[in-house]
Design a protein around this ligand. Structure first.
Ligand code: KIV
Ligand code: ZN
Length: 414
C-alpha cells in the first residue's frame, strides 16, 4: 500500500473512531463538565493565578470529575504556556484544551504547549466572532469570509488535533441562519464540539432554550458533534440558562468555580452540578461530578485567586448552612431538612451552624449552652435572650460573649 493511501486510510479510521465516541457520549445522556476557571475565570480582573496555582486547581478539578479543562490561551501569554506545560502528563483524566483564535499560529502555539499529552487528552478550542457587531466592528469581515476562516482553521487544526471545539463568539447575538451555517461548516471541517457562547450574558432562560432548540433542529450534521453551552452572568441568569441548555439536550456545560469570569462571570460549576444532582427526576442526566468536593474546591480557588466567597454565595458561602433566625433554628434542631435544600455533607461542608444573635430563640440558646456544658433553667434562658436582644445591632454572640452574658444574668437571678 502506498504511503499516501495508508495515510488516507488512517485518517478515515481516526474519523470513524472519533464519531463513534461522540455518538456514544450523545446517546449516554451524560452532562460533561468543561471547566474554564483557569481561562475565562482568570480573565476576571484581580483573579490572576500563578502556574503552580493553576496546576493545584487543575488537579483538584480532576478529582472533582470534570471531563475537560480549558487550560489557557497559549498564544496570549507565556505564563499560560508554563501552566499548561506543568499539567501535561500530570493532570491525566480530563482532556486539556487550549484556547485559540481562528489563526494558524494560535493552533501551532496550542500544539506546542500540549505536546506530550495523548491525542484523546488534548484539544483546541477555537473561537471567532460571528455576530453583526463582531463582523462589522471587530473583524471587518463578511459572512462568507468568516465561513472561510472557520473552515480553513478547523481543517488546519485537524492535522494536529483529534479534539476540536469551535465557538462562534457572541453567538447569542448572531442571526440564527448564519449561526447554523457556521456550525455546519465547522462540523464538516472537523469540529468535534460546537459551542454556544452567550458572550455578553444577555439571554434569559426562555431565550436560551429557544436558541439551543433551534440549533438542534437546524444544524443538519449536528449528530456528528457534541453541543456545548457557555453562559455569562450579566443578568444573573448564567446558571438558569445552562440548565435550560441541558434541558434542550446540550452535552457539555462550560462553567467556572464560584462563577468567576469576565465581567459578572460565568455559570457557576457548583450551582449547575447541585441543581442536576438535586433534580435528577427533571433532567434525567448523569454526571461524574463528586459533589462532596464542591465547597472545599471553592475555598481553594478563593484562596489562590484572592477573590472572596460572598457570604450568601450558593453552595460555598459562609451563611449557606448558618442561621440566626429563631424559627429556623428550632426547626433545624428538630430535623435539618426542615430548612435546608440538602445536607451540608453533600457538598463537603461540616454541618449546620446556629448563630446566636438578636433573632435567635430559646431553643438555640439552650442548645448552645448545653454544648458548653452550662446548666440553665427557663428563667435564666429568658434573661439571656433578653440580654442578647439588647446587644448592639449585628452582634454575633460567640462563646466568650455568651459566657459573659451567662455569668451576668446568673448573678441577677441569684
Ligand atoms: O464568552 C465567550 O465568548 C468566550 C469565548 C472565548 C468562547 O469565552
Ligand atoms: Zn466566556
Amino acid at each position: 500500500m502506498s504511503p499516501g493511501l495508508l495515510k488516507t486510510l488512517e485518517h478515515h479510521v481516526g474519523e470513524a473512531i472519533k464519531r463513534a465516541i461522540i455518538g456514544r457520549h450523545r446517546r449516554s445522556g451524560a452532562v460533561l463538565f468543561s471547566d474554564t476557571t483557569l481561562r475565562d475565570g482568570e480573565q476576571m480582573p484581580g483573579a490572576t493565578l500563578e502556574p503552580d496555582d493553576k496546576l493545584q486547581i487543575a488537579l483538584a478539578l480532576e478529582e472533582l470529575g470534570v471531563h475537560s479543562l480549558d487550560a489557557g490561551f497559549p498564544a496570549s501569554s507565556t505564563a499560560d504556556v508554563e501552566a499548561i506545560r506543568k499539567m501535561v502528563g500530570v493532570v491525566k483524566k480530563p482532556v486539556l484544551t487550549a484556547l485559540c483564535r481562528t489563526v494558524k499560529s494560535d493552533i501551532d502555539a496550542a500544539d506546542e504547549a500540549l505536546d506530550g499529552n495523548p491525542a484523546h487528552k488534548r484539544g483546541v478550542s477555537l473561537f471567532c466572532g460571528t455576530s453583526p457587531t463582531h463582523r462589522e466592528f471587530k473583524l471587518q469581515k463578511s459572512e462568507s469570509e468568516i465561513l472561510k476562516i472557520i473552515t480553513d482553521t478547523i481543517s488546519y487544526a485537524s492535522e494536529k488535533f483529534a479534539i476540536i471545539a469551535f465557538s462562534p463568539e457572541d453567538a447569542s447575538r448572531t442571526e440564527m441562519k448564519f449561526l447554523c451555517e457556521c456550525y455546519r461548516e465547522a462540523i464538516d471541517a472537523g469540529a468535534t464540539t460546537i459551542g454556544f457562547p452567550d458572550t455578553v450574558g444577555v439571554l434569559t432562560p426562555d431565550k436560551a432554550r429557544d436558541f439551543i432548540r433551534s440549533i438542534q433542529d437546524n444544524v443538519p450534521n449536528i449528530e456528528k458533534a457534541l453541543l456545548a453551552v457557555h453562559f455569562h452572568n450579566d443578568l444573573g441568569c448564567a446558571v438558569a440558562n445552562t440548565l435550560a441548555g441541558i434541558a434542550e439536550g446540550a452535552n457539555v456545560v462550560q462553567c467556572t468555580i464560584m462563577g468567576l469570569g469576565e465581567r459578572a462571570g460565568n455559570a457557576s460549576l457548583e450551582e449547575v452540578a447541585m441543581a442536576l444532582d438535586l433534580h435528577q427526576d427533571q433532567y434525567a442526566r448523569t454526571m461524574k461530578i463528586d459533589t462532596t468536593k464542591l465547597a472545599p474546591l471553592c475555598r481553594l480557588v478563593s484562596d489562590l485567586t484572592g477573590i472572596p466567597i460572598a457570604y450568601n454565595k450558593p453552595i460555598a458561602g459562609a451563611n449557606i448552612f448558618a442561621t440566626e433566625a429563631g424559627i429556623h433554628q428550632d426547626g433545624l434542631l428538630k430535623n435539618p431538612d426542615t430548612y435546608l435544600p440538602f445536607r451540608p455533607e453533600r457538598v463537603g461542608e461540616q454541618g449546620v451552624e446556629l448563630v446566636l444573635g438578636r433573632h435567635s430563640g430559646r431553643r438555640a440558646v439552650e442548645h448552645r449552652l448545653s454544648e458548653l456544658e452550662l446548666a440553665v433553667d427557663k428563667p435564666h434562658v429568658m434573661a439571656i435572650l433578653e440580654a442578647i436582644k439588647d446587644l448592639p445591632k449585628g452582634t454575633i454572640v460567640n462563646e466568650p460573649i455568651l459566657r459573659s452574658i451567662y455569668d451576668q444574668t446568673a448573678t441577677k437571678e441569684n
